[in-house]
Ligand binder design. Structure first.
Ligand code: WT7
Length: 650
């Protein structure tokens, strides 16, 4: 297998980076016994961490575990917006910068905690005025502008459940999510900036809300006239017009039960229908807050920049809830890394003195392609810690990041986690754990993971298998919105009470974990999770298509790229125009991140005699490998012709 080869070369290199004495001395977590202590008494460990939050009513119970349903701190109450904003007005951080926002065109805004609190109060009053009540769902479809975290925090303040839909999703995807969550309010913007062009958010929203229960659309004016929007009387209202008339009087934070839902965030699974991942209030915040202090070693004078979009879990946890609950200063950037030129990210680090930088391997590989001269042209001396997330990082990219961005003095935390886990699960604590480029190292304190074989038995060091999480943790997903059965089956269907993330992993001789990638029908394109079934459904939705099979193939920059094999209906002519049309159709149905890299027409798809599509063979074809076992194939000539066609393409 290609993966085990990759792994062998890694191990031969055997590079290890030890925490420096000086880093360790200043680290928040610098007692190595924390690992054993937390492993012996995980519940006590989490109860201890939970004390970093401000509770309205303290909890007396820590965990109730009726597998696979967990309740953490169940009799406690708190408010998440109080914890992320208001409490800092009383603890000396009132006039500290909470969010430093940089717009793509070069405009910028700073919100102190006090200013942020005013905006959140007004927005909460506004939502109430619009009829939003505790427990209602509010869909938010925005690009990276300050109104996005403000809207999320306003929901949290009054106890409404937000569901943020990434601005790159199509109107069809937005519509599915609005319907699934049963939202009556949508918050969007006239349009968003991207590489100097406009993302037509309001136009997409107009198409999406048709046929849903949406009663009000609140529109942030980010662009103005150029966005050319039509406002529907009685339904659409401008954010700024409503906000203007709102009182700045404090909005009393709604006391929420620890287990009340804070938000729903949709993610891809192995079926065509995305799952609404449900997160709790207290447990989620405990996880987010703890990892800020442990994995990111956050201090009061740090400037923390996570480059993810808030539309994904990384942005929820490491732009909004984690850092703000810890009283951090975060940088939030609206646009692309190459706008107006490829220096933008490094200029932002220089401009604001970013000290902790968190980005994705796919971005690092893009920067590598652009050349190290670009980051080297900047003073990045304020950086002291860097992170990666979203996919396995190849050691070359790790070393490049270490050398040209971190200038060989910043520890790198490779953080493995998922939408479902809420916060980083496998990652080094930078003051305590030696790192190996390409390995996320080991579980953070309080988290129990293992690598097991098909029967659920732990594998020996030096072996590979399935990654599992063996004990409940505070920030775990609570269910799938509206489909608890799917929650139970997907994540706990194999082994009782053991969470199955869907990733393969290798355990090395020192029990370091090396994540190998997904073991299910999920593709990871540039750190974005896309279900093969979703893309297949989008293709089959096109009138010319009879059948489609979609696979992820290795890609130098994106990690994986989407290859689609398509059979057309009787009488349809295949052409390059049709390829372009089908790609566009997928973009329309899902969003640009799901656009297939290549589409190949097949007279027939390779199937077993029981008519199951053999994706493994398609993957072999797309990655130019010798075909694996073809004995179960119903018609072997099918793959030969596909193989020839694939080679011709290049
Ligand atoms: C999947 C989760 C929350 C992170 C953003 C993506 C892959 C994530 C790593 C890493 C290797 C990683 C896994 C996981 N993944 N981080 N550090 N090393 N793989 O969240 O969209 O829920 O995707 O991303 O395959 O299952 P997500």
């Amino acid at each position: 297998m290609a993966e085990s080869e990759r792994f062998d070369t890694l191990l031969k290199e055997n590079r290890i980076f030890l925490p420096t004495k000086s880093f360790r001395a200043q680290a928040n977590f610098n007692d190595v016994h924390i690992y054993e202590k937390a492993a012996e008494h995980p519940e006590e460990y989490w109860a201890e961490q939970a004390k970093h939050l401000s509770w309205e009513h303290p909890f007396s119970k820590i965990l109730e575990w009726d597998a696979p349903h967990a309740k953490w701190f169940a009799d406690g109450t708190l408010n998440v917006a109080y914890n992320t904003v208001d409490r800092h007005l009383e603890n000396g951080r009132k006039n500290k910068a909470a969010i430093i926002w940089e717009g793509e065109p070069g405009d910028s805004k700073v919100f102190t905690y006090d200013m942020l609190a005013r905006e959140v109060n007004k927005a909460a009053h506004m939502l109430v005025e619009l009829g939003v009540k505790k427990g209602d769902r509010v869909t938010i479809y925005l690009s990276m502008i300050p109104e996005l975290p403000i809207a999320m925090l306003a929901c949290a303040k009054l106890g409404a459940i937000h569901t943020v839909v990434f601005g790159g999703f199509s109107s069809a995807s937005l519509k599915d999510r609005i319907i699934d969550a049963d939202s009556k309010i949508l918050i969007t913007a006239d349009a968003g900036w991207r590489r100097g062009g406009l993302i037509p958010l309001k136009q997409n929203a107009d198409q999406a809300v048709d046929g849903t229960e949406i009663e009000k659309v609140v529109v942030v004016q980010r662009i103005g006239e150029a966005a050319n929007v039509t406002m529907t009387e009685g339904r659409d209202i401008y954010w700024h017009e409503l906000m203007e008339s709102m009182p700045t009087t404090p909005f009393a934070p709604e006391p929420m039960n620890a287990e009340d839902t804070l938000f729903i965030l949709y993610t891809s699974g192995t079926t065509g229908k995305p799952k609404g991942i449900v997160h709790s209030s207290a447990g989620y915040l405990v996880g987010a807050n703890t990892s800020m202090r442990s994995v990111f070693d956050m201090k009061d004078d740090d400037i923390f920049w996570c480059t993810a979009d808030i539309g994904w879990i990384t942005g929820h946890t490491y732009i909004v809830y984690g850092p703000l609950s810890a009283g951090a200063t975060v940088v939030m950037y609206e646009g692309a890394p190459d706008w107006p030129d490829r220096h933008r990210f490094w200029r932002i680090i220089e401009k604001y003195g970013v000290s902790i930088f968190y980005t994705a391997p796919t971005s690092i590989r893009t920067f590598m392609k652009w050349g190290h001269e670009i980051p080297m042209a900047h003073d990045l001396s304020t950086l002291r810690l860097m992170g990666t997330v979203g996919e396995p990082i190849n050691p070359e990219a790790w070393m490049w990041y270490h050398q040209y961005v971190g200038r060989e003095k910043c520890p790198i935390v490779d953080t493995w986690w998922q939408t479902e886990t809420g916060c980083a699960m496998i990652a080094p604590l930078p003051g305590l754990v030696a790192t190996k480029p390409g390995s996320a190292t080991k579980a953070v304190p309080g988290i129990s993971v293992d690598v097991v074989d098909q029967d659920g038995q732990s594998v020996a060091p030096g072996q590979g298998g399935y990654l599992v999480i063996t004990k409940p943790w505070p920030s775990m997903l609570r269910t799938v919105w509206g489909d608890d059965e799917r929650f139970q089956k997907t994540y706990f269907g194999q082994l009782r009470g053991i969470y199955l993330p869907g990733d393969g992993a290798h355990l090395d001789e020192e029990k370091y974990i090396w994540i190998l990638g997904r073991i299910d029908d999920v593709i990871n394109v540039s750190g974005h999770r896309i279900g093969t079934m979703e893309v297949e459904s989008a293709l089959v939705d096109h009138p010319a298509v009879a059948e489609a099979a979609v696979i992820g193939r290795a890609h130098e920059v994106k990690g994986q790229a989407i290859t689609a094999f398509v059979t057309v209906k009787e009488g349809i002519e295949t052409s390059t125009d049709l390829i372009a049309e089908l790609k566009q159709h997928v973009v329309k149905k899902i969003g640009a991140m799901a656009r297939p890299e290549e589409i190949l027409f097949a007279a027939e798809l390779p199937k077993t005699r029981s008519a199951k599509i053999m994706r493994r063979l398609l993957r072999d074809i797309a990655e130019g490998r010798a075909l694996g076992d073809t004995t179960t194939l119903a018609d072997p000539s099918v793959v030969e012709s596909l193989k020839l066609q694939y080679q011709d393409k290049e």
